[in-house]
Design a protein around this ligand. Structure first.
Ligand code: CA
Length: 237
């Protein structure tokens, strides 16, 4: 089965480096320069390109903003989207607007890191059960956590958590690596990538506030484990 990844990026050199990393990892890249072209490909799943399983979407495109392209895409497709952004102030909009991004990377970035994130998202997409229809009650059999990236939201025991942006990103990162110990440095890189002067105690402070919010829902367990001198992990569900 081919695993096609659509790259929407107007800078040829960046697109080439992503395409190369994807091919090396067994993916089939398909590159377009414009948002309109990307929407056309996704609408038709044309002969030119087997239906892409994920879209890597630059925000600064010549014909339209990548955020707008994603908004239009979401009207007919729930394909996973990873944004490429050159500006940290765009991250606020990616996360805050709830336009249905699955992840983002800030330029300059490592193409291999991007491909690693693509793998994580595709793995999750494969195992994730379908979301309930809008207006339906949460599934009673839900695992303790339910990550809803399109809404930038996490449910715990079926209850939506009221999280700040960084608490959300922190929990999302831990949920994507269940059972893995993530060091403070790794969490800073993944969660606070747009804030280079983050301190390790910032991570600790957010873990603390996150724990308090989880405890408010379920005081019996602490899903976030501290590994002294190493970092944090989330107990496997
Ligand atoms: Ca660009």
């Amino acid at each position: 089965m081919t695993r096609t990844i659509l790259i929407v990026e107007d800078e040829q050199a960046i697109a080439d480096s992503i395409a190369y990393a994807l091919r090396t990892d067994g993916f089939t890249p398909y590159h377009v320069m414009l948002g309109e072209q990307a929407l056309a490909v996704m609408r038709s799943s044309s002969d030119a390109c087997a239906a892409p399983q994920l879209v890597v979407l630059d925000i600064g495109l010549p014909d339209m903003n990548g955020l707008e392209a994603c908004r239009q895409l979401r009207q007919f497709s729930d394909v996973p989207v990873i944004f490429l952004t050159a500006r940290s102030d765009e991250i606020d909009r990616i996360v805050g607007l709830e336009i249905g991004a699955d992840d983002y990377v800030t330029k300059p970035f490592s193409p291999r890191e991007l491909v690693a994130r693509i793998r994580v998202i595709l793995r999750r997409a494969r195992v994730a059960p379908p979301l309930p229809e809008a207006g339906q009650p949460p599934r009673a059999d839900a695992a303790r956590f339910e990550l809803r990236t399109p809404e930038a939201r996490v449910l715990f025991h079926g209850q939506p958590l009221d999280l700040t942006r960084y608490e959300y990103l922190l929990l999302k990162t831990l949920l994507e690596h269940p059972g893995h110990v993530l060091s403070r440095a790794q969490l800073m890189e993944r969660v606070w990538s747009g804030a280079p002067d983050t301190l390790e105690r910032t991570v600790d402070a957010h873990v603390k506030s996150l724990r308090a919010k989880l405890r408010a829902v379920d005081a019996k367990v602490d899903p976030i484990q501290t590994h002294r001198g190493l970092g944090y992990s989330l107990a496997g569900a």
